[in-house]
Design a protein around this ligand. Structure first.
Ligand SMILES: Cc1ncc(COP(=O)(O)O)c(C=O)c1O
Length: 322
C-alpha cells in the first residue's frame, strides 16, 4: 500500500516537473557543495591523553545539510552531460532521506523533475524539505527499509524508461566518483597528508569507497574503516548492516580494511557529547563514526584519524524553552 505509481501522485506536480528545463550544473549555489571544514575533536579526545589525533569532516555544512549533496551532484552532472537527464525526463531514485533532499534541491535549482522513494520512517524534516523543493515523494513500507525503497524505485523506472532517469545511487559509479574527486583530495589537503585512518559510515558505500580509494593512492599504508550498525534493526539513519542488506555496487570491499559495528544507543550518546563538548550538532551516523574512530585510535597510538560527520542533528526540531 505504500509504493504507488509516481505518475498518479498529483497532477499539479506532474505538470510542474515536466515543464522544467535543465540548466548547466555550474551554478553558484551548487558550487557551494563540498569544501567543508575539517575540525579537531580534541576536547572529546585530547591527543596528549589518548595518544592519537581525531578530527571530524563537517559534511553537515553542505547546502542541503549532508554529505549526500556530493554524490547527488556527481550523479546529476554525469547524467546531464551524456543526456540521460534532460527535457521531459525526471530523475527517479530511492534514498533513506538525505540523497532525496539533495536531488530535490538540485532539481529545483538546475531545472529537472525529481521523484524519490523514501521509507516512511525517515525523519520529519526530510519530508518538509522534500515538499519545500517541490519533489514528488513516494513513501515506502518502513518494514522494508531502504532495500524496499530501492526495489520499488527500480520497478517504477523500469516500467517507464522513457520518462525517467533512474539515478540508482546504490550502484551508480558517479557516487563514489564524486568522493574520489572531492572528499578524498580535500582530506589529503586539509590534513597535509597526515591522515592515517579514514572512518566513514556505510550506506551506499560511496563515501568510504571513493574517498578511501583516493587516499590509498596517495598513502598506500592508510587504513580505511567502514562503520555499520550492529544489527539489521537500528536507528542509524543512512547506514546499512551489509551482512543482511542488498549489497550496494557502490561499496568497494577491496578499499575497506576493517569494519566496526556500532550500537544505536552508543552512537546517540556520542551525538550528545559532540554537541556539549565540541559544539557540533550532528546526526546518529556521525555519532557512530566517532564511536568507531575512538575505538580504532585507542588500539593505534600515534594515528591521525578523520571521522566523516555526514549530517546535522534534529536538535532544532521540537525545541521548547526551559
Ligand atoms: C546520515 C547518513 N550517514 C551516512 C551515509 C552513508 O553515506 P554513503 O551513502 O556515502 O555510504 C548516509 C547515506 O545516505 C546518510 O544519509
Amino acid at each position: 500500500m505504500y509504493a504507488s505509481d509516481p505518475a498518479a501522485l498529483n497532477a499539479a506536480g506532474t505538470t510542474l516537473l515536466s515543464e522544467r528545463r535543465p540548466r548547466c550544473a555550474d551554478d553558484p549555489f551548487v558550487r557551494a557543495i563540498g569544501g567543508t571544514p575539517l575540525v579537531p575533536l580534541h576536547r572529546l579526545a585530547p591527543p596528549a591523553e589518548v595518544g592519537f589525533e581525531l578530527w571530524g569532516k563537517a559534511e553537515f555544512r553542505n547546502p542541503t545539510g549532508s554529505v549526500k549533496d556530493r554524490a547527488a551532484l556527481g550523479i546529476v552532472r554525469a547524467a546531464l552531460a551524456d543526456g540521460r537527464l534532460g527535457p521531459g525526463r525526471a530523475l527517479l531514485d530511492a534514498s533513506s532521506g538525505n540523497t532525496a533532499v539533495a536531488y530535490a534541491m538540485l532539481g529545483a535549482r538546475l531545472g529537472f523533475g525529481v521523484v524519490v522513494y523514501v521509507p516512511r520512517q525517515a525523519a520529519p524534516d526530510r519530508w518538509r524539505r522534500l515538499r519545500a523543493y517541490g519533489a514528488k515523494v513516494v513513501a515506502t513500507d518502513p518494514a522494508e527499509g531502504t532495500d524496499g525503497a530501492q526495489l520499488a524505485a527500480r520497478a517504477a523506472a523500469a516500467a517507464a524508461p522513457d520518462r525517467f532517469f533512474y539515478a540508482d545511487q546504490y550502484n551508480n559509479p558517479a557516487n563514489a566518483g564524486a568522493h574520489y574527486a572531492t572528499t578524498g583530495p580535500e582530506l589529503w589537503r586539509q590534513t597535509q597528508g597526515r591522515i592515517t585512518h579514514l572512518v566513514a559510515g556505510v550506506g551506499t558505500g560511496g563515501t568510504v569507497s571513493g574517498a578511501g580509494r583516493y587516499l590509498k593512492e596517495r598513502a598506500p599504508g592508510l587504513r580505511v574503516v567502514g562503520v555499520e550498525p550492529a544489527g539489521p534493526i537500528h536507528g542509524l539513519e543512512g547506514l546499512k548492516h551489509l551482512p543482511t542488506a542488498l549489497r550496494p555496487g557502490a561499496y568497494d570491499a577491496s578499499v575497506v580494511d576493517e569494519t566496526v559495528r556500532v550500537e544505536t544507543d552508543e552512537a546517540l550518546a556520542m551525538v550528545e557529547r559532540l554537541g556539549v563538548e565540541e559544539g557540533l550538532a550532528v546526526g546518529p551516523s556521525a555519532g557512530a563514526a566517532v564511536v568507531a574512530a575512538l575505538e580504532v585510535g585507542a588500539a593505534r597510538p600515534g594515528s591521525f584519524l578523520v571521522a566523516i560527520l555526514p549530517d546535522g542533528g534534529r536538535h532544532g526540531e521540537e525545541g521548547t524553552p526551559p
